[in-house]
Write a protein that binds this ligand. Sequence first.
Ligand code: CS2
Length: 488
Amino acid sequence: MHNISNTKLNEEVRPLQYDRSSLKTRIIHLGCGAFHRAHQAVFTDEVLSKTQSNWGICAISLFSSQGLIKDLRNQEHLFSVVEKGSESTNVKVIGSIKETLHPALDGVEAVLEKFAEPQIAIISTTITEKGYCIDPATGTLDTNNPVIIEDIAQPNKPKSALGYIVQGLKLRRDRQLPPVTVMSCDNLQENGRVAKQAVLAFARLVEPELSQWIENNVSFPNTMVDRIVPATTPETLDEIARLVGVNDPCGVACEPFRQWVIEDNFVAGRPSWDLAGAQFVDNVAPYEEMKLRMLNGSHSFLAYLGYLAGYSYISDTMHDEGFKRTTLELMMNTQAPSLNMPNGTDLNAYANKLIDRFSNSNLKHKTWQIAMDGSQKIPQRFAGSLSYHLENGSDFFLIALAIAGWMKYVSAKDEQGNDIDVRDPMAENLKRISEQHGSDSTAVPALLSIESIFPTEIGSNPRVIDAVTRAYQTLIENGSKATINSVD
Ligand code: CS2
């Protein structure tokens, strides 16, 4: 069968720039989704094309995409990345993934043994917010999570990402292998610290000495990752096939922009990702906060209110002047003031660039996709600036409106009374609470009292309850579009 590894590709496709035969698996990556392939794999690929280094990746998929893993294997783990700007498109072949594993295809033991290969230096993750099994409001391990309970009872047959990491580290400890870095690449504030807390708490429940060993031998750098990578659809794959010249079921389409800010805390070395544009800094927290509040916060605002206004894609919402204006206002007047950035950071330029990125209509980024898992995302995106505004007595109506939009969305009925397919680990619970209140605004304090989403000092604050109630009532009475247009 012809595929990207054995066919002459279209001339516009930038082919591989290096010989892959010397690559060694030195990075294990958990979560082989589109984001990893379009972000860390691309940075690593660029380093390989610029240096003689040998940093290869073993991408592991734990839950889904057996099909994807088989497809990657069929094409020697090569895949295409199509960067779609608003004016031009670039296509590259990426070769940094050297091998793949999936427990359902290869067995749990083979996956665990990979962690225990001596040359492994980095275990990185894109497992989404919920993959860390933390209580989103407090950032501590949720020991009531059924998967965690199961994995702690049977640590050598893990199911969760945390279970694999802890058991993998245990094998390294038992075999006296060199230290290793665990690098989270998910959209969580202080993602390294969260990963560390979750791993240590899990390890303590398995074996207290193991948790001590991890403290002494494993580093957990914080990172800020950024690239808009919509989920791949059959239409995207058709377009990729046309551009590449052959079907590529593993191809991804994304925006041209990419950013990676990394705390330089790697106990066993790392690729020179800076050669591919990554920034190594001492303190990532301000960049994470900037991105989570200004990019992801506005994304959630656009996802809930845009979906309710009938827009399928983020770029559609941006072509509605009301949405464009309020999004910029949310970024600059509500989120930016809560940030404390290093000197020289131009938040105005950052916001304007975000507006351009969101407006790229060649990128089909569904409002429905971003609306997923709101119970895990809202704390990361809004709690910090809400606390800031409560302390300063300043206005946060647009955050209240985003939260009201989420409340209407999780009722699972849109403005026309049609069902919404809500994807969220708490979907059932949220729907039940909404149904108890109908469209009455008593739903607001009820939903705000969910402590895993809204820390008590926020959820029970009268100013928050009042602002979200006002926003919710306007939204229910006038609908999303009119509400957005009436914001002054
Ligand atoms: C989005 C992010 O789905 C979402 O919640 O806000 O995936 C966003 O596209 C990325 O963080 C951009 O880097």
